[in-house]
Design a protein around this ligand. Sequence first.
Ligand SMILES: *Cc1c(COP(=O)(O)O)cnc(C)c1O
Length: 387
Amino acid sequence: MEHVFPTYAQYPMEIVSGHDWHLVDSHHKSYLDFTSGIGVCSFGYSNDWIEQSVINQLGKVWHTSNLYPSSLQDEVAASLCPAGMLAFFCNSGTEANEAAFKLARKATGKGKVLAFNNGFHGRTYGSMSLTGNPDIQTGFKPLVPEVSFADYNDPQALDAINEGLAAVILEVIQGEGGVVNGNGEWLQKVAAKCHDQGVLLIIDEVQTGIGRTGMKFAFQHYDLDPDIITCAKALGNGLPIGAMLGKKELAKAFGPGSHGTTFGGNKIALASAKAVLEQLTPKFLAEVQEKSQAVFAAIHKQISPLTVVDSVSGLGLMIGIHLSAAVKVEDVIGQLQENGLLTLSAKHNTLRLLPPLVMSEADLLAGIDQIAAVLAKVAAVSESQSV
Ligand SMILES: *Cc1c(COP(=O)(O)O)cnc(C)c1O
């Protein structure tokens, strides 16, 4: 790509079409997809319900300014929000976190925010400043002030939560950070301390939300009570949309003129989100959980025992396979690509799997077989080299 900034390290093939959970490149090679475009296309690449919803809206009107009310926004907000919350629509995860950061400061009148090392919240100034990863911040200072960091899952982090903070922001499972599961008890203690100290709890569900972990939102696994929730990625199944959800009591701080965006709540993206949420039923989520059990059982049997695998993490169909220093995750991803399987990496040499939630159990297990075979081969090579 000669005419585009080289901000992305890219794989050698271009994907030109897709159906269900399969993708095809420009050389007609097809792939089983364990990425969903980084957790976006959870309903796959040819979902009729979503397509029809978007096509219907395309025939009416694409965009109207937020100067006019939108019953589509209200409808999507009603099905997306937990009870007692309101939505603000934007276009991405980073924008959802910006909105959360701004709302937290304005609603509390306080400036300080606590975030966690190894977290990820986005690339714009506010969300990047909340991202506890030096690789992402390097070269961009000065950052937004008054953000501090604690270690994730560390009991000592509780000491850093006090009434001086506007908010604490965290992921229930750190995605980009290497699929690091939050400890349920620790998360509950953090939430309780926030409540106790009058600190808003912002839960970033951009990657974990919209059914990825087998629940609509990952915080529901641990009965947490966030004040603000952010989501994006899978919400539009590929059309750009983000949303910040917040408790109704916060509405005073986000009155007319306080925050806004031209495209946020765009009707085409909202038509897609509406059809996504209509399919995110309790029955669908139960199926995700069943498939997850089968997949984790296969992983524990076929992959965990391999010498190049240190540990396995995740929840639902968000899966991390932590590789030992003997192998490089990018080499494993390359070999899997050659075999026709697309996978992702995350920090700390993690092979990250985010298959479309609609994938059949048979294809999920076929993908795990392929990964097990490649890792076994890689393990054999690394053992022969170390002899
Ligand atoms: C991807 C991601 C973001 C950023 O979302 P964008 O749409 O890329 O701006 C924020 N938080 C988490 C947890 C993410 O995984």
